[in-house]
Design a protein around this ligand. Structure first.
Ligand SMILES: *[C@@H]1O[C@H](CO)[C@@H](O)[C@H](O)[C@H]1NC(C)=O
Ligand SMILES: *[C@@H]1O[C@H](CO)[C@@H](O)[C@H](O)[C@H]1NC(C)=O
Ligand SMILES: *[C@@H]1O[C@H](CO)[C@@H](O)[C@H](O)[C@H]1NC(C)=O
Ligand SMILES: *[C@@H]1O[C@H](CO)[C@@H](O)[C@H](O)[C@H]1NC(C)=O
Length: 490
C-alpha cells in the first residue's frame, strides 16, 4: 500500500498548495511593507496584525504605537471633560447641586461663569472656575434677550482649546443638572469616541420640541460630544454662531452647527431635561428601561421626595446611586396574588401598591403627576405615552418613598427601605385587602453593575410570603428574571 503511486489529483493538489503558500508568503511580505510605509502616515492602518502573529517576529514590522479602538481600554470617568454652564448671580445657590455629584479626585472639567465669584473654603469640592471669553462681538437678535446663550454655546470650543490630554468626550450641563456619573460612563462606553457623536435627549414637552427641535439635545439634560466632533466644531463654531443670531438658546445654536456638520442627535433615554412642572414622581416611578444619566430643572419641579428640601431629597437618592447606580429608578412589576395587588418598584426611589391586577403595559406608563412646560396637564402634550394618575378611586396607588439604603455583606445584597407616604386615599368599596395596612416595604436586590452590558429588559420582582410578626412590612425581591418568568397571573 505504501508504494501505491500518488493519485494524480492529490499531486496536483500538493503542487497547488505549495504555489499557494508561496503566493501567500509574497503577499504577506508586501502587505507588511505596505503597512510599514502607511503606518508612518496613519497609526490606525494595518493594526490587525494579530491575525498574522508570525509577522510580528519580523524585525522590520514596528509595534503599533496607537492601540486600535477595539483594544483600547474602556471609557471611564477620567476620559470625560465636563463643561458646566453657570452664572455669577445664581452661583451661591446652584453650586449646591454640583456638589452633590462632583468628585474632585476623579473628574475633570470646569464651571464656566460670566464673571468671578467669591469662593468659600469648602468650594474645593467643586470643579475649578473659568471665565468665558468675551462675546460682545456676536450678534443676538432674539427678543428674549438671553445673550448668555452665546457664551454658553461656546463652552465646548473653549474647553477643547484648553488642550487637555486623553479626552474622549466633552459633556455639557447646567448648574442645575445632576449627573449620575457611573451611568453617563455606561452610556458613553457603548459609542466609539473616535467617531463623531452628538448624544443627549429631547424635551418632555412636545411643544418645546416643535418650537426648538426634535433633532436637538437639550442642554440641561446634558450633551455628550465626542472629541473629534468637538475638534471639528471648534474650528467653525464662531462663524456658525454668527449665522443664527435669532435663535434663543445655547443648545439650539449648538444644534444648528451640528446640522451644518451633518451629525444627527443620538438620543439616549436617560438624559432628562425635565421640561415639566409639578412632581417628577410619574417620570421616575416608570422610567424607561435605560440607565438614568441626568436630572435637570431641579429648582422648577417639586423636591423628588416629599417633605424635604431639594438638596436633601437628592442626597437621599445618592444613597441608592452609591449602592447600585445601574439599577437606579429601574422599574419592576409583580403581583401579590393572594391579596390581588399589583406592585411596581422603582428601585432606589419608590414603591407603589395598587388594588387589583393591572397589566404590565398599563403600569409601565408614567402617571401624569406633572404638567408640561406650558403648564397644561393635557395627555397630548408629551412625546411619549402617559397614564392618568388613577383610573378609578380604588386604583389610586399607595406610595412608599425611599427612606434608607444599606448593603448587607453577609448576603451580598442591598436592602432598600421605603415608607408609606401618608395621604388621604379616596373611599373604595372593593372587597379586597386594603394596602393601607402596609407601612413599610423592604426591597432585596443584588447589585448588578453589568445590567446595561446586556440587552434592555426590566428586572423581575417577587413578593415574599407575609411574615405574621411583621404584618405591616412587605418584603420584595428584585433581580434578573428567571427563564420564562413574565408578569402574569396564571
Ligand atoms: C481610565 O482608563 C485609563 C486608560 O485610558 C487608565 O489609565 C485609568 O487608570 C482608568 N481610570 C479609572 C478611574 O479607571
Ligand atoms: C460651606 O461653607 C459655608 C460658609 O463657610 C457654609 O455656610 C456651608 O454650610 C458649607 N457647606 C458645606 C457643604 O460644608
Ligand atoms: C457580590 O455580588 C456582585 C454582583 O451583584 C458580584 O459581582 C460579587 O462578586 C459578589 N461578591 C461576593 C463576595 O460574592
Ligand atoms: C399565598 O397563599 C398560599 C396558600 O395559602 C401560600 O402558600 C403562599 O405562600 C401565599 N403567597 C404569598 C406571596 O403570600
Amino acid at each position: 500500500m505504501k508504494d501505491k503511486p500518488k493519485d494524480p489529483a492529490e499531486s496536483l493538489y500538493s503542487t497547488w498548495t505549495s504555489t499557494k503558500v508561496l503566493i501567500c508568503f509574497l503577499l504577506l511580505i508586501s502587505f507588511s511593507y505596505i503597512c510599514y510605509s502607511l503606518k508612518l502616515l496613519h497609526p490606525y492602518i494595518c493594526t490587525q496584525q494579530s491575525q498574522f502573529p508570525h509577522l510580528q517576529s519580523h524585525s522590520f514590522v514596528p509595534q503599533p504605537n496607537t492601540i486600535p479602538p477595539s483594544q483600547e481600554p474602556k471609557t471611564n470617568i477620567s476620559h470625560i471633560v465636563f463643561g458646566i454652564a453657570a452664572s455669577a448671580n445664581l452661583w451661591p445657590h446652584r453650586k449646591n447641586y454640583i456638589k452633590l455629584w462632583w468628585r474632585p479626585d476623579q473628574m475633570r472639567g470646569h464651571v464656566w461663569l460670566d464673571q468671578p465669584v467669591k469662593t468659600e473654603s469648602n468650594d474645593t469640592l467643586l470643579p475649578p472656575f473659568k471665565i468665558s471669553g468675551d462675546t460682545t462681538g456676536f450678534k443676538y437678535t432674539n427678543p428674549k434677550r438671553r445673550r448668555s446663550a452665546i457664551r454658553i454655546s461656546r463652552i465646548v470650543s473653549e474647553s477643547f482649546r484648553l488642550g487637555m490630554e486623553n479626552v474622549r468626550w466633552f459633556v455639557l450641563g447646567d448648574d442645575d443638572t445632576v449627573f449620575v456619573a457611573e451611568n453617563l460612563v455606561r452610556v458613553l462606553q457603548k459609542y466609539d469616541h473616535n467617531q463623531f457623536y452628538y448624544i443627549g435627549g429631547t424635551s418632555e414637552s412636545h411643544l418645546q420640541n416643535i418650537r426648538f427641535s426634535y433633532n436637538m439635545a437639550y442642554g440641561g439634560g446634558g450633551i455628550a460630544i465626542s472629541y473629534p466632533l468637538a475638534k471639528t466644531l471648534e474650528k467653525m463654531q464662531d462663524r456658525c454662531i454668527q449665522r443664527y443670531p435669532d435663535l434663543y438658546g445655547s443648545d439650539d445654536r449648538l444644534q444648528a452647527c451640528m446640522a451644518e456638520i451633518g451629525v444627527p442627535l443620538t438620543k439616549e433615554k436617560g438624559f432628562h431635561q425635565f421640561d415639566v412642572y409639578g412632581s417628577l414622581f410619574g417620570l421616575l416611578a416608570a422610567h424607561p428601561v435605560a440607565p438614568l444619566v441626568s436630572l435637570h430643572h431641579l429648582d422648577v419641579v417639586e423636591p423628588i421626595f416629599p417633605n424635604m428640601d431639594r438638596i436633601h431629597a437628592l442626597q437621599r437618592l445618592e444613597l441608592s446611586i452609591k449602592l447600585d447606580s445601574a439599577g437606579l429608578a429601574q422599574q419592576s412589576i409583580c403581583y401579590d396574588i393572594n391579596r390581588s395587588w399589583t406592585v411596581s418598584v422603582s428601585w432606589g426611589y419608590a414603591v407603589q401598591i395598587f388594588r387589583g391586577i393591572s397589566s404590565a403595559r398599563e403600569i409601565e406608563l408614567p402617571p401624569r403627576t406633572f404638567l408640561n412646560w406650558y403648564k397644561k396637564a393635557d395627555h397630548t402634550s408629551y412625546p411619549f405615552n402617559t397614564a392618568p394618575v388613577s383610573r378609578h378611586a380604588c386604583q389610586e396607588p399607595f406610595v412608599y418613598y425611599l427612606s434608607n439604603a444599606i448593603y448587607n455583606r453577609s448576603t451580598n445584597q442591598t436592602t432598600t427601605e421605603y415608607l408609606r407616604h401618608q395621604t388621604r386615599m379616596p373611599e373604595c368599596n372593593w372587597k379586597l385587602a386594603n394596602p393601607s395596612r402596609i407601612h413599610k416595604v423592604l426591597v432585596l436586590k443584588s447589585s448588578d453593575p453589568h445590567l446595561w452590558d446586556k440587552s434592555p429588559r426590566r428586572n423581575c420582582c417577587r413578593v415574599s410570603r407575609p411574615n405574621r410578626k411583621k404584618n405591616g412590612t412587605m418584603v420584595i425581591e428584585v433581580g434578573e428574571c428567571h427563564e420564562d418568568e413574565v408578569v402574569e397571573v396564571s
